[in-house]
Design a protein around this ligand. Structure first.
Ligand SMILES: C[S@@+](CC[C@H](N)C(=O)[O-])C[C@H]1O[C@@H](n2cnc3c(N)ncnc32)[C@H](O)[C@@H]1O
Length: 196
């Protein structure tokens, strides 16, 4: 087994042992430890949440007084104490209703959304950029002043522009790659702290 496979395997096994639904859970745990994107009692929206690894982590972080709402086109098995909405993020009626589920503007938006990748990096990149730009629009309508955000972006020709747009909305911004992300993967995670 090469080093890369061993690392992938390590996080997959760890996820199984700890009861997380995805190895992505470790990316959020790692980034949150460093940047405190989600804190106790926070209201959190998870865009592109299936199968629910980030929702599991978020629920633990916010505790019983916080709220976690996940959105995905694919179904997920229930995660106790969270709310799931099965919808396409482009279906604006459901997105407009989000605020009703929370009852107020929220504290964090996290977004690990990816299209069904076809393996052609440039095309996968463009599809993902479209998705995350839509998610930024949703964020703009629901994130409270001083709120935080986490967005995955695939590297490619539009990534820099996306990072600039996101950065302009926050007091602090960092683009980073967590250790638990595969070296070969083209993903970067953008952290925004203190929504303006
Ligand atoms: C990498 S997965 C998210 C993994 C998740 N963070 C976890 O820890 O379990 C990306 C998700 O984006 C969702 N997605 C892609 N396009 C979408 C759309 N238009 N509307 C809603 N969800 C979408 C996919 O269905 C997929 O479940």
């Amino acid at each position: 087994m090469n080093k890369l496979d061993a690392k992938t395997d390590h996080y997959r096994n760890l996820a199984r042992t700890l009861g997380y639904r995805s190895r992505s859970a470790f990316k959020l745990l790692e980034l949150n430890k460093k940047y405190r994107i989600i804190k106790r009692n926070f209201f959190v929206l998870d865009l592109g949440c299936a199968p629910g690894g980030w929702m599991q982590v978020s629920k633990k972080l916010v505790g019983s007084q916080g709220k976690v709402v996940g959105v995905d086109i694919s179904n997920i098995d229930e995660i106790k104490g969270t709310h799931f909405i099965k919808t396409d993020i482009y279906y604006s009626q459901n997105m407009d209703n989000l605020i009703k589920y929370f009852g107020r503007k929220i504290d964090s938006v996290i977004c690990d959304i990816s299209p069904q990748v076809i393996g052609v990096r440039s095309l996968d990149h463009i599809k993902q950029i479209e998705l995350i730009n839509k998610c930024v629009q949703i964020m703009d309508s629901i994130l409270s002043k001083n709120g935080n955000a986490l967005f995955k972006v695939f590297d490619g020709e539009h990534a820099q522009q996306f990072k600039r747009d996101l950065k302009s909305r926050f007091i602090k911004f960092k683009a980073t790659k967590p250790k638990s992300s595969r070296k070969s993967s083209s993903e970067t995670y953008c952290v925004g702290l203190g929504y303006l």
